[in-house]
Design a protein around this ligand. Sequence first.
Ligand code: HEM
Ligand code: HEM
Length: 220
Amino acid sequence: MMMTAPQRTIRVWDIPTRVFHWCLPVALIALFVSADTYAMELHALVGEAVLALVLFRLVWGFVGSQTARFRDFVVGPRGIADYLAGRAPKSLGHNPVGALMVLALLGALLGLAVSGLFADDGIFYSGPLAGRIGNAQAVRIGELHAAGAYVLAALAGIHVLATLWHLLHRKRNLITPMLTGRTRTELDAPPPVFVGLPLACGVFTVAVGVVTLLLHGLTF
Ligand code: HEM
Ligand code: HEM
């Protein structure tokens, strides 16, 4: 008879990573609805907030809690092959394939938020930094921005389907831990190291400062 290891509840995701995460679906809906209804002031504001969030997450990937650190979850092709072949040891946090999606989503969000600043829709709205480049270029960036938004939406759709696949097919609920921060595991590994909230607040404040300076410092 196969013995199953006893399960215990363990903290896996810190508050900053969870708050960051759940801001994203809300922001994405707001960005698509605002762009669709030409509420471009709102669109720009939400897009700039996403820029600050992503800058925060990139820094948090180096100084944040263990499961949020890139070093903890980004592995090379061999690590991915081992995971797919079932040879990799189980670990807490993102799996190697999920990590690729995390990087793709963060990259797409960053690319969109930055391109939006320089975009011109060719009709009545231009991003706050569009004036710093030629009009033809700004219109071109606007086209790329609009196309890129659908790439991001597709990635987000695949991401959500993947979490549902884990839930329904592999009977592994990844969604509740992203909400509560806790997961049940049979792993005997030491609990991840968590970094305090004050550092996260500090990093986020700096990220907001950088975005504000980027926009207003350059447009004065
Ligand atoms: C309601 C829809 C969504 C659900 C249910 C969901 C679920 C999840 C889950 C369960 C994880 C953790 C995966 C793991 O255990 O490794 C995760 C991570 C992540 N998701 Fe989502 N997600 C949703 C929407 C989105 C959207 C719209 C975006 C971006 C556009 C997004 C971006 C991310 C990112 C960047 C991470 C990595 C978190 C981090 O380490 O900072 N998610 N998501
Ligand atoms: C992650 C962040 C962002 C996302 C997901 C996003 C998404 C979108 C979407 C879906 C559209 C409409 C595409 C269509 O025409 O069907 C759009 C258009 C546009 N967005 Fe964003 N946006 C983001 C950030 C920003 C920012 C920060 C700004 C400016 C401050 C901005 C400025 C614009 C402009 C000027 C257009 C019109 C482009 C055109 O039609 O040529 N966006 N965006």
